[in-house]
Design a protein around this ligand. Sequence first.
Ligand code: GLC
Length: 345
Amino acid sequence: MFSRSKSITALLLVSIWSSCAFCAEAGANLNDPCVVNKLIGRGVNIGNSLESPKEGDWDVTLQEEYFQLIKDAGFNSIRLPVRWDSHAMEKAPYTIDPNFFARVDWAIKNAMSRNLVITINMHNYYDFFKDPNGHKERFLSIWQQIAERYKDYPNMLLFEAINEPQDNLKGVPAWNAMLKEWLPVVRKSNPNRILVIGSANFNSFYEVKALDVPKDDRKIIVTFHYYMPNKFTHQGASWTPDSDKYLGMKWGTDQEKRAIARDFKVVAKWGQENGRPIYLGEFGVYYKADANSRFQWTKTVADTAAEYGFSMTYWEFCHTNFGIYDPKTKTWNKQLVEALIPSKQ
Ligand code: GLC
Protein backbone atom coordinates (compact mmCIF):
# COMPACT_ATOMS: atom_id res chain seq x y z
CA MET A 1 0.00 0.00 0.00
CA PHE A 2 2.80 2.43 0.83
CA SER A 3 4.68 1.92 -2.40
CA ARG A 4 8.03 3.41 -3.07
CA SER A 5 6.98 4.73 -6.47
CA LYS A 6 4.27 6.77 -4.78
CA SER A 7 6.87 8.22 -2.46
CA ILE A 8 9.10 9.10 -5.37
CA THR A 9 6.20 10.83 -7.08
CA ALA A 10 5.61 12.81 -3.93
CA LEU A 11 9.24 13.79 -3.80
CA LEU A 12 9.12 15.08 -7.34
CA LEU A 13 6.06 17.12 -6.55
CA VAL A 14 7.70 18.86 -3.63
CA SER A 15 9.70 21.90 -4.61
CA ILE A 16 13.47 21.72 -4.32
CA TRP A 17 14.68 23.47 -1.23
CA SER A 18 18.10 24.71 -0.64
CA SER A 19 19.78 24.92 2.70
CA CYS A 20 20.58 21.44 4.05
CA ALA A 21 24.09 20.75 2.81
CA PHE A 22 23.51 17.02 3.25
CA CYS A 23 20.58 17.18 0.82
CA ALA A 24 22.59 17.87 -2.30
CA GLU A 25 23.37 14.22 -2.97
CA ALA A 26 20.10 12.84 -1.75
CA GLY A 27 17.93 10.66 -3.94
CA ALA A 28 14.43 9.57 -3.02
CA ASN A 29 15.68 7.67 -0.02
CA LEU A 30 13.30 7.55 2.90
CA ASN A 31 16.18 6.71 5.21
CA ASP A 32 17.62 10.14 4.57
CA PRO A 33 16.24 12.78 6.95
CA CYS A 34 16.87 15.53 4.38
CA VAL A 35 14.73 13.72 1.83
CA VAL A 36 12.00 13.12 4.37
CA ASN A 37 12.17 16.74 5.47
CA LYS A 38 11.55 17.80 1.89
CA LEU A 39 8.58 15.44 1.80
CA ILE A 40 7.16 17.11 4.92
CA GLY A 41 7.33 20.22 2.76
CA ARG A 42 4.36 22.40 3.61
CA GLY A 43 1.87 20.77 5.91
CA VAL A 44 -0.67 21.39 8.60
CA ASN A 45 -1.33 20.32 12.20
CA ILE A 46 -4.72 18.76 12.86
CA GLY A 47 -4.82 20.57 16.19
CA ASN A 48 -7.37 20.25 18.99
CA SER A 49 -8.26 16.72 17.92
CA LEU A 50 -6.37 13.83 19.49
CA GLU A 51 -4.43 16.01 21.95
CA SER A 52 -7.60 16.96 23.81
CA PRO A 53 -8.41 14.82 26.89
CA LYS A 54 -10.89 12.85 24.77
CA GLU A 55 -11.34 13.29 21.03
CA GLY A 56 -14.12 15.80 20.44
CA ASP A 57 -13.67 17.58 23.79
CA TRP A 58 -12.11 20.52 21.97
CA ASP A 59 -14.54 20.55 19.04
CA VAL A 60 -12.46 18.61 16.53
CA THR A 61 -13.35 15.01 15.70
CA LEU A 62 -11.22 13.60 12.91
CA GLN A 63 -13.07 12.83 9.70
CA GLU A 64 -11.73 10.85 6.79
CA GLU A 65 -12.56 13.71 4.45
CA TYR A 66 -10.14 16.00 6.35
CA PHE A 67 -7.20 14.01 5.02
CA GLN A 68 -8.47 14.33 1.47
CA LEU A 69 -9.18 18.03 1.87
CA ILE A 70 -5.65 18.60 3.15
CA LYS A 71 -4.23 16.61 0.26
CA ASP A 72 -6.37 18.35 -2.35
CA ALA A 73 -5.44 21.79 -1.02
CA GLY A 74 -1.83 20.93 -1.88
CA PHE A 75 -0.34 20.22 1.53
CA ASN A 76 2.39 17.58 1.72
CA SER A 77 2.12 16.47 5.33
CA ILE A 78 0.27 16.34 8.61
CA ARG A 79 1.44 16.77 12.17
CA LEU A 80 -0.94 14.96 14.46
CA PRO A 81 -0.73 16.00 18.12
CA VAL A 82 -1.67 13.07 20.37
CA ARG A 83 -2.49 12.99 24.06
CA TRP A 84 -1.37 9.50 24.95
CA ASP A 85 -1.32 10.02 28.71
CA SER A 86 -5.09 10.23 29.04
CA HIS A 87 -5.39 6.90 27.20
CA ALA A 88 -2.83 4.82 29.08
CA MET A 89 -2.92 3.03 32.42
CA GLU A 90 -1.75 5.17 35.33
CA LYS A 91 0.35 2.34 36.73
CA ALA A 92 2.77 -0.17 35.19
CA PRO A 93 2.61 -1.62 32.59
CA TYR A 94 0.98 1.67 31.44
CA THR A 95 -0.90 -0.10 28.67
CA ILE A 96 -2.30 2.18 25.99
CA ASP A 97 -6.04 1.76 25.43
CA PRO A 98 -6.38 -0.48 22.34
CA ASN A 99 -9.32 1.54 21.01
CA PHE A 100 -7.29 4.71 21.12
CA PHE A 101 -4.36 3.00 19.46
CA ALA A 102 -6.71 1.81 16.72
CA ARG A 103 -7.89 5.38 16.24
CA VAL A 104 -4.29 6.58 15.79
CA ASP A 105 -3.68 3.67 13.36
CA TRP A 106 -6.68 4.85 11.39
CA ALA A 107 -5.38 8.42 11.22
CA ILE A 108 -1.92 7.31 10.14
CA LYS A 109 -3.40 5.07 7.46
CA ASN A 110 -5.55 7.90 6.15
CA ALA A 111 -2.52 10.15 5.82
CA MET A 112 -0.17 7.59 4.32
CA SER A 113 -2.64 6.16 1.83
CA ARG A 114 -2.79 9.68 0.42
CA ASN A 115 0.97 9.97 0.41
CA LEU A 116 0.96 12.57 3.17
CA VAL A 117 3.90 12.34 5.55
CA ILE A 118 2.59 12.19 9.12
CA THR A 119 4.34 13.11 12.36
CA ILE A 120 2.81 11.84 15.58
CA ASN A 121 3.96 13.28 18.86
CA MET A 122 3.19 13.24 22.56
CA HIS A 123 1.18 16.36 23.38
CA ASN A 124 -0.11 17.89 26.62
CA TYR A 125 1.35 15.38 29.10
CA TYR A 126 1.17 17.99 31.86
CA ASP A 127 1.88 15.59 34.75
CA PHE A 128 5.16 14.70 33.11
CA PHE A 129 6.09 18.36 32.69
CA LYS A 130 5.30 18.96 36.36
CA ASP A 131 7.17 15.93 37.64
CA PRO A 132 9.56 14.63 34.96
CA ASN A 133 11.28 12.11 37.20
CA GLY A 134 8.07 10.79 38.70
CA HIS A 135 6.57 10.25 35.24
CA LYS A 136 9.67 9.26 33.32
CA GLU A 137 9.02 5.53 33.50
CA ARG A 138 5.48 6.01 32.20
CA PHE A 139 6.60 8.42 29.46
CA LEU A 140 9.23 5.96 28.24
CA SER A 141 6.90 2.98 28.50
CA ILE A 142 4.22 4.72 26.44
CA TRP A 143 6.83 5.51 23.82
CA GLN A 144 8.09 1.95 23.83
CA GLN A 145 4.56 0.77 23.03
CA ILE A 146 4.12 3.33 20.25
CA ALA A 147 7.53 2.51 18.78
CA GLU A 148 6.89 -1.22 18.78
CA ARG A 149 3.47 -0.91 17.23
CA TYR A 150 4.69 1.15 14.28
CA LYS A 151 8.17 -0.27 13.84
CA ASP A 152 7.41 -1.71 10.39
CA TYR A 153 5.84 1.44 8.99
CA PRO A 154 7.85 3.32 6.38
CA ASN A 155 9.48 6.65 7.12
CA MET A 156 6.37 8.44 5.95
CA LEU A 157 5.54 8.13 9.66
CA LEU A 158 7.73 10.13 12.03
CA PHE A 159 7.86 10.18 15.82
CA GLU A 160 8.29 13.43 17.73
CA ALA A 161 9.41 13.01 21.33
CA ILE A 162 7.18 15.58 23.00
CA ASN A 163 5.52 18.86 22.18
CA GLU A 164 6.91 22.03 23.76
CA PRO A 165 8.93 20.99 26.84
CA GLN A 166 7.74 23.22 29.65
CA ASP A 167 7.43 23.58 33.42
CA ASN A 168 10.12 21.38 35.03
CA LEU A 169 11.20 20.05 31.66
CA LYS A 170 11.58 23.48 30.14
CA GLY A 171 15.28 24.06 30.77
CA VAL A 172 18.06 22.91 28.48
CA PRO A 173 19.82 20.50 30.91
CA ALA A 174 16.60 18.74 31.95
CA TRP A 175 15.40 18.39 28.38
CA ASN A 176 18.72 17.20 26.97
CA ALA A 177 18.95 14.61 29.74
CA MET A 178 15.45 13.33 28.99
CA LEU A 179 16.24 13.02 25.29
CA LYS A 180 19.19 10.80 26.12
CA GLU A 181 16.76 8.40 27.80
CA TRP A 182 14.09 8.60 25.10
CA LEU A 183 16.31 7.92 22.10
CA PRO A 184 17.50 4.41 23.00
CA VAL A 185 13.96 3.33 23.94
CA VAL A 186 12.66 4.26 20.49
CA ARG A 187 15.80 3.22 18.62
CA LYS A 188 15.61 -0.30 20.05
CA SER A 189 12.66 -1.17 17.82
CA ASN A 190 13.11 1.59 15.22
CA PRO A 191 16.77 1.80 14.27
CA ASN A 192 15.93 3.52 10.99
CA ARG A 193 12.98 5.68 11.96
CA ILE A 194 13.38 9.39 11.24
CA LEU A 195 12.85 11.04 14.61
CA VAL A 196 11.77 14.60 15.21
CA ILE A 197 13.46 16.30 18.13
CA GLY A 198 12.42 19.72 19.37
CA SER A 199 14.28 22.36 21.32
CA ALA A 200 13.83 23.14 25.01
CA ASN A 201 11.63 25.94 26.39
CA PHE A 202 8.44 25.34 24.37
CA ASN A 203 10.46 24.44 21.26
CA SER A 204 12.01 27.89 21.19
CA PHE A 205 13.99 28.92 18.11
CA TYR A 206 16.60 30.31 20.44
CA GLU A 207 17.27 27.00 22.18
CA VAL A 208 17.82 24.95 19.01
CA LYS A 209 21.53 25.60 19.31
CA ALA A 210 21.54 24.10 22.81
CA LEU A 211 20.19 20.73 21.71
CA ASP A 212 22.45 17.86 22.58
CA VAL A 213 21.71 14.95 20.25
CA PRO A 214 24.17 12.15 19.52
CA LYS A 215 26.31 13.12 16.55
CA ASP A 216 26.35 9.57 15.20
CA ASP A 217 22.56 9.37 15.00
CA ARG A 218 21.90 10.91 11.60
CA LYS A 219 18.23 9.96 11.34
CA ILE A 220 17.00 13.04 13.09
CA ILE A 221 15.08 16.14 12.04
CA VAL A 222 15.22 19.08 14.43
CA THR A 223 12.05 21.04 15.08
CA PHE A 224 11.10 24.38 16.61
CA HIS A 225 7.91 26.44 16.94
CA TYR A 226 7.49 30.08 16.08
CA TYR A 227 4.80 32.46 17.35
CA MET A 228 6.80 35.68 17.67
CA PRO A 229 5.84 38.28 18.63
CA ASN A 230 3.58 36.37 20.97
CA LYS A 231 1.54 39.47 21.84
CA PHE A 232 0.53 39.73 18.19
CA THR A 233 -0.01 36.04 17.36
CA HIS A 234 -1.90 35.25 20.57
CA GLN A 235 -3.97 38.43 20.89
CA GLY A 236 -7.27 37.56 22.58
CA ALA A 237 -6.31 33.90 23.14
CA SER A 238 -8.08 32.75 26.32
CA TRP A 239 -5.11 30.71 27.62
CA THR A 240 -2.61 33.57 27.25
CA PRO A 241 -2.56 35.99 30.20
CA ASP A 242 -3.35 39.66 29.40
CA SER A 243 -3.76 38.83 25.72
CA ASP A 244 -6.92 40.93 25.42
CA LYS A 245 -4.76 44.00 25.92
CA TYR A 246 -3.22 43.39 22.50
CA LEU A 247 -6.42 43.01 20.51
CA GLY A 248 -6.14 45.22 17.45
CA MET A 249 -2.35 44.95 17.31
CA LYS A 250 -1.23 44.92 13.69
CA TRP A 251 1.84 43.45 12.05
CA GLY A 252 3.77 43.92 8.84
CA THR A 253 6.47 46.60 8.93
CA ASP A 254 9.78 45.89 7.21
CA GLN A 255 11.47 45.84 10.58
CA GLU A 256 9.03 43.20 11.84
CA LYS A 257 9.63 41.10 8.74
CA ARG A 258 13.38 41.36 9.18
CA ALA A 259 13.03 40.06 12.74
CA ILE A 260 11.64 36.78 11.42
CA ALA A 261 14.52 36.37 8.96
CA ARG A 262 16.98 37.18 11.74
CA ASP A 263 15.49 34.57 14.10
CA PHE A 264 15.31 31.89 11.40
CA LYS A 265 18.87 32.54 10.37
CA VAL A 266 20.04 31.51 13.84
CA VAL A 267 18.30 28.17 13.44
CA ALA A 268 19.37 27.68 9.81
CA LYS A 269 23.01 28.36 10.65
CA TRP A 270 22.96 25.78 13.42
CA GLY A 271 21.23 23.29 11.12
CA GLN A 272 23.88 23.73 8.46
CA GLU A 273 26.79 23.55 10.86
CA ASN A 274 25.43 20.40 12.43
CA GLY A 275 23.98 18.76 9.34
CA ARG A 276 20.46 18.66 10.73
CA PRO A 277 17.40 19.33 8.57
CA ILE A 278 15.02 21.78 10.21
CA TYR A 279 11.27 21.49 10.59
CA LEU A 280 9.10 24.41 11.70
CA GLY A 281 6.47 22.29 13.44
CA GLU A 282 4.03 25.01 14.49
CA PHE A 283 3.33 28.62 13.61
CA GLY A 284 0.13 30.62 13.29
CA VAL A 285 -1.92 33.61 14.37
CA TYR A 286 -5.07 33.50 16.51
CA TYR A 287 -8.29 34.22 14.62
CA LYS A 288 -9.02 37.47 16.48
CA ALA A 289 -6.12 39.29 14.82
CA ASP A 290 -6.66 41.69 11.94
CA ALA A 291 -7.03 39.52 8.81
CA ASN A 292 -4.48 41.34 6.69
CA SER A 293 -1.85 41.29 9.44
CA ARG A 294 -2.54 37.60 9.95
CA PHE A 295 -2.04 36.97 6.25
CA GLN A 296 1.16 39.04 6.13
CA TRP A 297 2.66 37.27 9.14
CA THR A 298 1.73 33.79 7.92
CA LYS A 299 3.07 34.45 4.43
CA THR A 300 6.29 35.99 5.73
CA VAL A 301 6.93 33.08 8.08
CA ALA A 302 6.16 30.45 5.42
CA ASP A 303 8.23 32.21 2.74
CA THR A 304 11.16 32.78 5.06
CA ALA A 305 11.06 29.18 6.29
CA ALA A 306 11.05 27.96 2.68
CA GLU A 307 13.99 30.22 1.81
CA TYR A 308 16.00 28.64 4.60
CA GLY A 309 15.01 25.13 3.50
CA PHE A 310 12.83 24.38 6.53
CA SER A 311 9.83 22.12 6.22
CA MET A 312 6.75 23.40 8.03
CA THR A 313 3.35 22.53 9.45
CA TYR A 314 0.95 25.39 10.15
CA TRP A 315 -1.01 25.38 13.41
CA GLU A 316 -3.84 24.42 12.67
CA PHE A 317 -6.37 22.86 10.33
CA CYS A 318 -9.97 23.33 11.44
CA HIS A 319 -10.38 24.64 14.98
CA THR A 320 -11.68 28.21 15.32
CA ASN A 321 -8.55 29.30 17.18
CA PHE A 322 -5.99 29.25 14.39
CA GLY A 323 -7.81 27.19 11.77
CA ILE A 324 -7.72 27.59 8.00
CA TYR A 325 -10.72 25.40 7.26
CA ASP A 326 -14.24 25.84 8.57
CA PRO A 327 -15.96 22.46 8.79
CA LYS A 328 -19.38 24.07 9.38
CA THR A 329 -19.41 25.99 6.12
CA LYS A 330 -16.95 23.58 4.46
CA THR A 331 -14.81 26.45 3.27
CA TRP A 332 -11.12 27.21 3.35
CA ASN A 333 -9.69 30.55 4.41
CA LYS A 334 -8.36 31.11 0.89
CA GLN A 335 -6.12 33.98 1.88
CA LEU A 336 -4.29 31.90 4.49
CA VAL A 337 -4.02 28.88 2.21
CA GLU A 338 -2.45 31.15 -0.38
CA ALA A 339 -0.03 32.40 2.27
CA LEU A 340 0.95 28.83 3.10
CA ILE A 341 1.02 27.36 -0.40
CA PRO A 342 1.61 30.12 -2.92
CA SER A 343 -0.08 29.24 -6.19
CA LYS A 344 2.34 28.42 -8.92
CA GLN A 345 2.16 31.19 -11.51
C1 GLC B 1 0.85 24.61 21.47
C2 GLC B 1 -0.24 24.15 22.35
C3 GLC B 1 -1.56 24.29 21.65
C4 GLC B 1 -1.76 25.74 21.27
C5 GLC B 1 -0.64 26.18 20.37
C6 GLC B 1 -0.74 27.66 20.10
O1 GLC B 1 1.03 23.64 20.52
O2 GLC B 1 -0.06 22.82 22.72
O3 GLC B 1 -2.59 23.85 22.47
O4 GLC B 1 -2.98 25.93 20.65
O5 GLC B 1 0.62 25.91 20.94
O6 GLC B 1 -0.72 28.38 21.30
